[in-house]
Each structure stands twice: as structure tokens, then as C-alpha cells.
Design a protein around this ligand. Structure first.
Ligand code: NAD
Length: 253
């Protein structure tokens, strides 16, 4: 086990990639704090981890709410006494080009895909400084490293959060805190349901994925979790300010 004695917070861990990441961190010995705005989903992830012999608690948290973020960090410190890993994962996809996204959609994207990561990193970093280091992983997307049709709010916010991650990496590297962005491509989770509907259903998205992804398929959440484990652990001990793309080659197509 490569994360023994470590404590991790994972946001958006009630489903999909966040849940798979929380599970792999726990499997490697970390105590994991599950932060999801859906309490039952967070509890379910914690129960799955406990059932597999791991350590986890769930703290219902909407990451766009400053008071709830403060409560999340307090509960983590009260329960486990430290924070070694933050995987700040929850995000939103508001699709559409300029003329179809209203200003509220852009605000919503900014709130969750950029500002919430900023606010939580800001609360966690002082603990990591005091402890002598840590690893912060911010979920962006491969939409943060290339451009796509009809994705102005999503791509803009996902590019922005990579820039912010690099800024944090520059400023806090001297404290042995590493900040990296995780950039998945197509992963088959409920996150894509609105987009699938917009594209005309499951058959249409399957055809799209087959044609557009050089590897011709979706990723599983577990394949992305391997990247999360790498960034969270000492296996990436000299890596900071990096955007790790795991997308079957889509962004080079
Ligand atoms: N699935 C993909 O294809 C894909 C690709 C690239 C990037 N991503 C990124 O991954 C993240 C979504 O993860 P997923 O695909 O596992 O989705 P998912 O829908 O399976 O899980 C997202 C979880 O986040 C939680 N959540 C949403 N808003 C929240 C909030 N305000 N506070 C706390 N929790 C909240 C939801 O309740 C849910 O449990 C997003 O940041 C997204 O940009 C996903």
C-alpha cells in the first residue's frame, strides 16, 4: 500500500470518476473523506470503501458553498488530524456555443469549475504547509487542453482551472505541495447524460466516440483512477503544474 497514514479529501465522490478515485486511494491505505452534495451518494461511496476494509467518512458538501467547504475541512481535521491529498473533482458541463449559453450558464461554470477549486485549495493549503507538503489534484478535462465545438462555458472554465493549478504550483512548490490537473476524455459516467441527450441518444454518442477517439472507445472510471493514484502518491513526487491527459488520444486527433 502506497498511501498508508495519508488522509485524502475527494469532492464529487458520490459517483463516477470521483468514486473510483476515492476507492483506489482507500485501497492504497488512505483515509478518505467523501464530499458530495448528494448525501446518500456520498454515504454509499463511504460504505463501499468500508465494506472493502478501507477507511472513509462522508461529509455532505456542496462545493460552491463556502461555509460547507469550511465544515468539510474542519470535519477532516477533527476526524483524521491532517490532510495530505485533495482531489477537487466536482464539476459541471454547460454545453452550447456563444449564442446558446446565457450569462448565468457562464457564471455557473465559473462557480463550480474554477472558483470552488480555488476556495477549497485555499482552505487546505495552510494545513499542507504546516505538515510539510501535500498533493492537490484539480479535475479539469481534455477540454482544458484543446478546443471543441459548442462548449464555450465548459472549455473556457476547464482551460482556466489548468492556468490556476499552474499558478498554485509555482507559488507553493517551495512548501513541497504539488498541484496537478487531471484531464480525462470521454468517461462513461452520468456526467455525460445531458450531452448524450443533446446528441440524439446512446447510439449517436457511441458512433461519435468510435469515430473521434483514436482508441475508439470510452475510458472506464477505473482507468482514470489510476492517474489519480499516480498524482496523489509519491510516484509523481517531482511532478507539479502538470495537466495529465487521459483521453485515448482524442486531443491529438
Ligand atoms: N465523465 C467524463 O466524460 C468527464 C470527462 C472530462 C472531465 N470530467 C470531469 O469529471 C467531473 C465529473 O465527474 P464524473 O464524470 O465522475 O461525473 P458523475 O456525474 O458520475 O459524478 C459527479 C459527482 O459530483 C457531484 N457534484 C456535482 N456538483 C457538486 C457540487 N456542487 N458539490 C459537490 N458535489 C457535486 C454529483 O453529485 C456527483 O456525485 C467534472 O469535473 C467533469 O468536468 C468528466
Amino acid at each position: 500500500m502506497i498511501l498508508k497514514e495519508r488522509v485524502a479529501i475527494v469532492t464529487g465522490a458520490g459517483s463516477g470518476i470521483g468514486r473510483a478515485g476515492a476507492r483506489i486511494l482507500a485501497r492504497e491505505g488512505a483515509s478518505v473523506v467523501i464530499a458530495d452534495r448528494r448525501p446518500a451518494a456520498g454515504e454509499e461511496t463511504a460504505a463501499i470503501i468500508s465494506g472493502a476494509g478501507g477507511k472513509a467518512i462522508a461529509v455532505a458538501t456542496d462545493v460552491t458553498d463556502q461555509a460547507q467547504l469550511e465544515n468539510l475541512v474542519k470535519c477532516t481535521i477533527d476526524t483524521y488530524g491532517r490532510i495530505d491529498i485533495l482531489h477537487s473533482h466536482a464539476g459541471i458541463q454547460v454545453e452550447g456555443p456563444l449564442l446558446e449559453v446565457d450569462p448565468a450558464g457562464m457564471d455557473e461554470s465559473w462557480e463550480l469549475n474554477v472558483k470552488a477549486h480555488f476556495a477549497l485549495a485555499r482552505l487546505v493549503t495552510p494545513h499542507m504547509i504546516a505538515q510539510g507538503g501535500g498533493s492537490v489534484i484539480v479535475t479539469s478535462s481534455n477540454s482544458g487542453v484543446f478546443h471543441d465545438h459548442g462548449m464555450i462555458a465548459y472549455a473556457t472554465s476547464k482551460h482556466a482551472v489548468i492556468a490556476m493549478t499552474k499558478q498554485m504550483a509555482i507559488d507553493y512548490g517551495k512548501y513541497n505541495i504539488r498541484f496537478n490537473a487531471l484531464c480525462p476524455g470521454w468517461v462513461d459516467t452520468p456526467f455525460n447524460e445531458p450531452y448524450i441527450k443533446q446528441m440524439g441518444g446512446r447510439a449517436a454518442i457511441e458512433a461519435y466516440v468510435k469515430e473521434k477517439i483514436p482508441m475508439g472507445r470510452w475510458a472506464t472510471a477505473e482507468e482514470i483512477a489510476e492517474g489519480i493514484l499516480f498524482l496523489a502518491s509519491d510516484r509523481s513526487s517531482f511532478m507539479t503544474g502538470h495537466a495529465l491527459v487521459i483521453d485515448g488520444g482524442e486531443c491529438i486527433f
